[in-house]
Design a protein around this ligand. Structure first.
Ligand SMILES: [Zn+2]
Length: 177
């Protein structure tokens, strides 16, 4: 069974980063209003100002997630906007990001394969092959700590675990479309 797109943590974070603190509530309210909706309806349901809803919509529009149709009322001459949310676009953006991470991770894995590596143990520092570590006199170039030999079997397992995790996330995201 596929999970609902909006229940993924990565989707929540992405929406909040893209469209602000009201983004999740917006998505839920909008979904209930149906495929096509207007900003005033959403604002009323969310108890927000129409301008706040328009800000959310335009930020989503910037990433290709929301689209609008403009129609002119012949009597009043005013324009009204009917909006639509393209959820597939959210999946597309996130899958692209994750696929890039996956490529980098696989590249890194290939780079370290067959080398004896040295590392300081800090999470943000890199493991270095013997030749490079020796150049730095076995001191981490980033933090200055002593570089120790890495258990490469353990490291490979850790990398495989992360690769599998990303692959699963990509699969789940695609299924949540
Ligand atoms: Zn370090």
């Amino acid at each position: 069974m596929s999970k609902k797109l909006i229940s993924f943590k990565i989707v929540k974070d992405f929406l909040e980063n893209t469209a602000g603190e009201h983004a999740l509530k917006f998505m839920n309210v909008q979904e209930k209003l149906g495929k096509k909706f207007n900003d005033e309806q959403v604002a009323e349901k969310m108890k927000l100002k129409v301008t706040q809803v328009r800000t959310i919509l335009s930020r989503l529009h910037y990433r290709g997630i929301s689209n609008y149709q403009k129609t002119r009322n012949k009597k009043t001459g005013w324009y009204s906007y009917t909006w639509e949310i393209n959820r597939n676009r959210i999946v597309e953006i996130l899958v692209e990001e994750q696929e890039e991470m996956l490529r980098n991770m696989k590249k890194r894995k290939n780079e370290v394969e067959g080398h004896s590596l040295f590392m300081c143990g800090e999470a943000n520092c890199e493991a270095l092959p013997f030749e490079v570590a020796a150049e730095y006199n076995f001191r981490c170039p980033s933090c200055g700590k002593v570089l120790e030999p890495v258990n490469s079997e353990k490291m490979r397992k850790e990398q495989d675990k992360q690769i599998k995790k990303i692959e699963k996330l990509i699969k789940d995201l695609k299924e949540a479309k």
